[in-house]
Ligand binder design. Sequence first.
Ligand code: PEP
Ligand code: MG
Length: 313
Amino acid sequence: AERATVAAWTGPATTADGVHVKLLANVADVPTAESAAQAPVEGVGLFRTELSFLNRADEPSVEEQAGIYAGVLAAFGAGRHVVARTLDAGSDKPIAFATHKGEENPALGVRGLRLSFDNPGLLDRQLDAIAAAAASSGIETWVMAPMVATVAEAAAFARKVRDRGLRPGVMIEVPSAALQAARMLAVVDFLSIGTNDLTQYTMAADRMATDLAHLTDAWQPAVLQLIALTADAGVTARKPVGICGEAAADPLLACVLVGLGITSLSMAPAAVRPVGAQLGRVTMADCRRAAEAALAALDPEAARAAARAALAR
Ligand code: PEP
Ligand code: MG
């Protein structure tokens, strides 16, 4: 019976007492966007633009980039919005034309938004391409930067995005950014927590290392605390704070995240129905109780058990 409820779930997502939670898709390119557009989502919460360029030796022209971005936007049509992330090159996503070579510690190196400080034209050209795609498609387009560590970086990025008539945001993937969330929100319109990297950097544990899976777990109390801090900043500033890492795809954790004040969850399309159906079974008060219980737990297993018990009450 539960499987039938999940398969039949159509969205938009609300808790049992009618609180709206935006469910969004993570996409990589035109084919994944076209397939994600069939899922019951309100748009795209993470368009990983770099994944189209993984095997490119040279930077694609503004026109070519604009064509790819317009294809992704067109898959979604009017009424839904798309959050495009600027190039997240480096470390686990090496891009030939944008990645520094010979770094000893690529995960702590010149990656993500940091690349645009020694190659500002790269970011400018990508923003021109995104703005052109947004204008030609008429789709509401937000733009966010990956791997932001300081408010100054966020402010410099936001200026460039606003100059092009688009809404700027930053990803919260580095503990310093989570700790500064309120100040980040003074310069951008929204935040999106990338729990994969936020967990990696909070726990000092490589996200690709399978033998560190007990540490690379978003249920770790330190990670939950940083998410709570970021969500609180959003509630206070009345600005959206979403999640776009793997954590958003865990139905139990989704309830905790909503209870913490997170306003949107972006995930692989296959996770949308299970998460949407689960949110429909609980009230906002249940989610808040689950969040409080999870935050009070001393380890991931205890946090899961406490959240489950809080929702079963
Ligand atoms: C993340 O780090 O959680 C995230 C969503 O970005 P990516 O997985 O592409 O690094
Ligand atoms: Mg990331």
